[in-house]
Design a protein around this ligand. Structure first.
Ligand SMILES: Cc1cc2nc3c(=O)[nH]c(=O)nc-3n(C[C@H](O)[C@H](O)[C@H](O)COP(=O)(O)O)c2cc1C
Length: 222
């Protein structure tokens, strides 16, 4: 697959077949992904891979805390846009697209709650890769590097017919997750990537999200 094709084909997968992903495949993906550039080759990323019983415990913990309405304490905040901004508009458009595909009506509160829980269960993926950075680094400096490795993971996964969903939903309760996955206190939990074989029958897996026309996001200074 050509690089541009892979970039264009990648999309978020929010339901997976239960088949496990071989550990050797995940290792190959991470090996490829870690070829990402980083500032001064600092390579700030580390990976915690959750599978099997550990992953099931993490899913259970997330759901329990979500249902108990425990205050989320993410170590890296993804959300934070003004309510009347274009960014909020795009977020709403995505939600509408997902709920339409899944036939979840606006008033269907339990349907929406069930959808939310799917995210906290890592969309039932058989494996989850969590990107960590050492806390000796500043909060913002490693993020560009981590973004590169994150995208590389999603693209490399395609070569093995695997799908991915980058997600912060599963990282809302890092203290409990840290204990379950034995992530040391010295590491910041940045982002998760659910990974597995896509369930081709799941409507939300077919969603093609829009992108702004290039003219409205690009300026040239000639
Ligand atoms: C930093 C980051 C965090 C994300 N968190 C979530 C999440 O918690 N739940 C979710 O369903 N999707 C999440 N996504 C996926 C985005 O919604 C998705 O990338 C976006 O809508 C574009 O769609 P596409 O990935 O299909 O191209 C996240 C993506 C990024 C880059």
């Amino acid at each position: 697959m050509k690089i541009a094709e892979a970039i264009e084909q990648r999309r978020s997968i929010r339901k997976f077949r239960p088949d496990p992903v071989p550990e050797a495949t995940i290792m190959k993906i991470l090996e490829t992904a870690a070829q990402a550039p980083s500032a001064m080759n600092t390579q700030p990323w580390q990976f915690a891979v959750l599978t099997g019983e550990t992953l099931e415990r993490a899913k259970g913990m997330n759901i329990e805390k979500l249902r108990a309405k425990e205050q989320p304490e993410p170590e890296h905040t993804v959300m934070g846009w003004p309510p009347d901004s274009i960014f909020r508009r795009r977020q709403i458009d995505l939600a509408k697209q997902i709920f339409q595909a899944m036939k979840i009506e606006r008033e269907d509160r339990s349907g929406r709650a069930r959808w939310l829980e799917r995210g906290f269960r890592y969309f039932d993926a058989p494996a989850v890769i969590i990107i960590l950075v050492d806390k000796v680094l500043s909060e913002s400096s490693p993020l560009l590097d981590c973004g590169a490795v994150m995208q590389n993971i999603c693209l490399a996964a395609l070569a093995y017919d695997l799908g991915t969903c980058i997600e912060d939903q599963g990282l809302k309760y890092p203290r409990a997750l840290r204990e379950i996955a034995r992530i040391p206190d010295s590491k910041r939990i940045v982002i998760a990537i659910a990974i597995g074989y896509p369930d081709e029958t799941f409507p939300a897996n077919d969603i093609e999200t829009a992108r702004e026309p290039l003219e409205s996001i690009t300026t040239w200074a000639r």
